[in-house]
Ligand binder design. Structure first.
Ligand SMILES: Cc1cc2nc3c(=O)[nH]c(=O)nc-3n(C[C@H](O)[C@H](O)[C@H](O)COP(=O)(O)OP(=O)(O)OC[C@H]3O[C@@H](n4cnc5c(N)ncnc54)[C@H](O)[C@@H]3O)c2cc1C
Length: 463
């Protein structure tokens, strides 16, 4: 008999006034008892609507049933069939818009906490099963190059290695993991977890070459000349956008990517870190996505007294995950919605000392379906801040497209693919993740890496 409690089991978390001063993980994870109790809320529906909400089609009812039976390793095996990064996905996937949004229990109460259960299972496996993942099939002698070690590249590489290919990942940074290590902060996704998932992949035979910028160190054509028979481009969308308003070149203006990279990858938050970062007292973060929430929460943890989210639409249109917005609010982040910056102001030494904003109201819906913000006349005012973090989106870096002959891209600089296989305009070159879609999500990037791995296998078998 299913557990008919209408609400999910709460996830234990660090108290807001404690966690906004440290970088340790906010959510603490279910205990065994909480996980089993939560799993028993699943009705094990015959038609499995939740699976259709999962971009990598994990058999959710099957893994949840194993949790309910207390067989956590079997649950892990079910998830691992489809996802090579379960500890990551259990933490950062927007489940409320994916699998959980389709859960039948959500009709009359809260859906089953699928994400929390995935996280529990992955963490249980890491803590209790020390065996490395099963080694890859016998090598088939064919070499594939993967550009970028974010979720799309890691997934594509892992799947190809399992099929017997000899895979090398070329990563521009000194550490593998993409946004998982340089963008998403430690308090949402501990870096040890990413490291262990990557070690798992290496044990399948995947080689990772860091500090290798494709387009500079080697070109795509040179990869083919070096004997790679197919290439997957998973280079993400790491180029920050700015608003092009006066004052953006003042000292104290950061792109969110730079601010987060300094804080996370370069560990600026540690006392002994050599990475320079401004410990500003009053910070404005411009934007309303997950990246803006991460930047604001990092600024608070670095010691800022007042941190503002300046966003031109209302709370309802905010693209960030609801949970992230709630966590930010609890931690004392001040939301200035329906506000838009028009100028950043500086002092005589060219350091930021304010941001001029106008108030907005919502007008007619635009092409995205969201009501567009319209400026209210004579509503200008100055917010007193000493740092501004721009978090209004990113696009793919032009380096690969400008050094690869015959690679078609669209007007946003995203690589054009022919279909779900990720095949580009160049034979043998596949692409996926943010480099194709623009900034999106971890699980969509993983799904793209998976589809391309399958397509590359078919291409090389028939070549
Ligand atoms: C701060 C932040 C928070 C986010 N939070 C969430 C969240 O909570 N949930 C969620 O689902 N998604 C979130 N996202 C989005 C998610 O992280 C991305 O959609 C996902 O990482 C995209 O994966 P990817 O593999 O396409 O690219 P990336 O993760 O960007 O990885 C691309 C890799 O390619 C490397 N690279 C780039 N150019 C080259 C080159 N020329 N040569 C070699 N290597 C190169 C880069 O250094 C990088 O390591 C967040 C993003 C950011 C920035």
């Amino acid at each position: 008999m299913a557990n008919m409690a209408p609400k999910k089991n709460e996830m234990p978390v660090q108290a807001p006034e404690v966690r906004n001063k440290n970088f340790s993980e906010v959510a603490l994870g279910y205990t065994k008892e909480q996980a089993v109790d939560e799993a028993q809320r699943c009705l094990n529906c015959k038609n499995k609507p939740c699976v259709s909400g999962c971009p990598v089609s994990i058999d959710i009812p099957e893994f949840v049933e194993k949790v309910a039976q207390g067989d956590f390793e079997a649950a892990y095996e079910v998830i691992y069939r489809q996802s090579s990064l379960p500890a990551v996905c259990g933490r950062v996937c927007p489940q409320e818009r994916q699998c959980e949004s389709k859960c039948v229990r959500g009709i009359k109460g809260e859906p089953v906490a699928i994400g929390r259960l995935e996280r529990f299972v992955a963490d249980w496996h890491m803590a209790n099963e020390h065996e490395k993942s099963k080694s890859a099939n016998l090598q088939n002698g064919k070499k594939v190059a993967v550009i970028g070690s974010g979720p799309s590249g890691l997934t594509c590489a892992g799947d190809l290695a399992k099929m017997g290919y000899s895979v090398t990942i070329f990563e521009a940074l000194h550490t593998a993991g993409g946004v998982l290590v340089y963008g998403i902060p430690e308090f949402r996704l501990p870096k040890d977890i990413v490291k262990r998932e990557i070690e798992n992949l290496k044990s399948l035979g995947v080689e990772i070459v860091t500090n290798a910028v494709i387009g500079k160190t080697l070109t795509v054509d040179e990869l083919f000349e070096a004997g790679f028979e197919a290439v997957f481009i998973g280079s993400g969308a790491g180029l920050p956008r700015f608003m092009n308003i006066p004052g953006e070149s003042l000292n104290g203006v950061y792109s969110a990517n730079e601010f987060l990279t300094r804080t996370n990858l370069m560990k600026a938050y540690k006392e002994d870190s050599q990475t320079p970062i401004m410990h500003a007292k009053r910070v404005a973060v411009v934007g309303g996505g997950n990246v803006a929430m991460d930047a604001a929460r990092c600024a608070k943890r670095l010691g800022a007294e007042d941190v503002y989210i300046v966003y031109r639409r209302s709370m309802d249109e905010m693209p960030a995950r609801r949970e992230e917005v709630e966590h930010a609010e609890e931690e004392g982040i001040i939301f200035k919605t329906l506000n838009n910056p028009v100028e950043i102001l500086g002092n005589e030494q060219n350091f930021v000392n304010g941001i001029k904003c106008v108030r907005m109201e919502l007008g007619e819906p635009d092409e995205s379906g969201r009501r567009s913000p319209v400026e209210i006349k004579d509503s200008e005012y100055v917010l007193d801040v000493d740092a501004v973090i721009m978090s209004i989106g990113t696009s793919p870096n032009p380096l690969i497209r400008s050094t690869t002959e015959g690679l078609d891209t669209d007007r946003r600089g995203c690589i054009i693919t022919k279909d779900e296989s990720g095949l580009t305009s160049r034979a043998g070159v596949y692409a996926g993740g943010d480099a194709v879609t623009g900034a999106a999500t971890v699980i969509l990037a993983m799904g793209a890496g998976k589809s391309s791995a399958k397509a590359i296998d078919e291409y090389l078998k028939n070549k």
